[in-house]
Design a protein around this ligand. Structure first.
Ligand SMILES: [Zn+2]
Ligand SMILES: [Zn+2]
Length: 145
């Protein structure tokens, strides 16, 4: 046995059943290094790594990675979709109503308690998404001064 190694991005793509392309590797790395990036920011990050890629191709790759569970798509109502590489931990988000700043916040009470709905009405629940809306520190400072 070899010592356990962190899989490379390409291996993770393969492990998720995806065809490995330079664009997908670049995209996954861009999303992971970024902080809830939007599609435009992701496209420019991918272009920095692999050269020209169409926005359409970026959308397709994002869709494939999101479906495979490697990337999480966030869609705060009223703001464009953002993407992040922190998946599977049921963390939540703080969103600023004024500037759209977005920050991670761990699940409120330990391990994914939000999956236990007070009444699931027969649904089989596998994800809970909580968005805390408010003003980020910059915006609340600006407003009170
Ligand atoms: Zn703000
Ligand atoms: Zn997040």
């Amino acid at each position: 046995m070899t010592a356990p190694q962190t899989p490379t991005t390409a291996e993770e793509l393969r492990g998720a059943g995806l065809r490995v392309t330079a664009a997908r590797v670049a995209l996954l790395e861009t999303v992971r290094n970024g902080d809830h990036l939007g599609v435009e920011a992701i496209a420019s990050g991918v272009r920095e790594r692999v050269g020209h890629i169409s926005l359409q191709a970026v959308y397709e790759a994002l869709h494939a990675l999101t479906t495979a569970g490697l990337v999480r798509r966030l869609e705060p109502p009223g703001s464009p979709a953002r993407f992040e590489g922190r998946v599977g931990d049921n963390h939540h988000h703080l969103v600023c109503r004024s500037c759209g700043a977005l920050a991670d916040v761990d699940c409120a009470v330990g391990h994914a308690p939000c999956l236990t709905a007070s009444d699931d009405r027969g649904f089989s629940v596998d994800e809970a998404e909580v968005i805390y809306w408010g003003l980020c520190p910059d915006c609340s400072t600006a407003r009170s001064s």
